[in-house]
Design a protein. Structure first.
Ligand code: A2P
Length: 257
């Protein structure tokens, strides 16, 4: 059996010149936990060309969804951005990753902090009923350079707000906090600064960071992860993993090319 399953592209949506998302069929045998990633890619000259991608779909959904950047000279994304409905993609049979609720010790508020396509694993997690069961509040922060790059996240949250099952849960529990760094917007600045200054918590009218109640997941640019890792560690937050749950967990947003 090959390590990769062939799946059929069902839809493709281009959000900006540099961002797109797509859905594909899902083998019923492909299991994953919300927040995990798998290797996905294309067959190029008879060989699989694969990169790590977080599932943006939840594990209860029939189809797979992915959110990707486009890089003109990127070996995979230069090709992947051209896929159309009916094309074949390869999906690794094994999912893995640290952004899973089991790697966190129990808490009351879940902070999901992302930049760019680092939003993808959180798109999966905010569709997980258990997340709403386990936390009183979920804050989804998404930092981008331009307003246009927020579109996928806005569409996702809007869709859930209007969803029969998730609508009521989200009204009570999910706070969506988009922020932009390079043009005027209602929330402005880097997530790092907005947390250190407490601005994000002021903006959403919630109490500041508290190790007793806050659990955190981070996904996005390596520089953002490094800074937040240092900041949370300095405040006594412990990084969690599969063998030892902690106060926060980290995954980098993978595909840079
Ligand atoms: P900035 O515009 O100030 O660089 P990118 O498109 O480069 O992946 O960046 C996505 C978002 O992440 C941008 O808003 C960018 O802000 C922000 N960013 C980049 N580096 C950091 C960092 N070290 N800490 C927090 N946010 C960052």
């Amino acid at each position: 059996m090959s390590a990769f399953q062939k799946e059929t592209v069902l839809s493709v949506r281009h959000w900006t010149d540099s961002l797109f998302s797509f859905t594909a069929t899902r083998d019923p045998g492909f299991r994953f936990q919300n927040g995990q990633f798998a290797m996905i890619g294309l067959e190029v000259e008879g060989k699989p060309l694969m990169r790590a991608y977080s599932m943006a779909s939840a594990n209860h959904e029939e189809e797979l969804e992915f959110f990707s950047i486009k890089v003109e000279d990127g070996p995979l994304t230069s090709r992947l951005q051209k896929i159309r409905e009916g094309d074949i993609i390869l999906v690794g049979r094994k999912a893995t990753g640290t952004l899973i609720t089991g790697n966190l010790i129990p808490g009351k508020r879940l902070l999901l902090l992302s930049t760019g396509t680092g939003l993808a694993p959180f798109a999966s997690l905010i569709k997980d009923p258990d997340v709403y069961e386990n936390y009183e509040t979920i804050v989804l922060a998404h930092g981008c350079r331009q307003i246009s790059e927020l579109a996928y996240g806005e569409h996702l949250v809007d869709g859930l707000r209007n969803h029969e099952f998730f609508g009521p849960l989200i009204r009570d529990k999910l706070v969506y906090y988009p922020t932009v760094t390079r043009e005027p917007f209602r929330n402005r600045g880097r997530i790092t600064d907005l947390i250190t200054s407490n601005q994000m918590f002021d903006d959403i009218a919630q109490s500041g960071l508290d190790i007793a109640t806050d659990r955190i997941m981070l996904c996005g640019s390596p520089a953002m992860l490094e800074e937040l890792h240092a900041m949370f560690s300095a405040r006594g937050f412990a990084e969690g993993n599969h063998s030892q749950p902690g106060h926060f967990v980290i995954e980098k947003a993978f595909v840079e090319r």
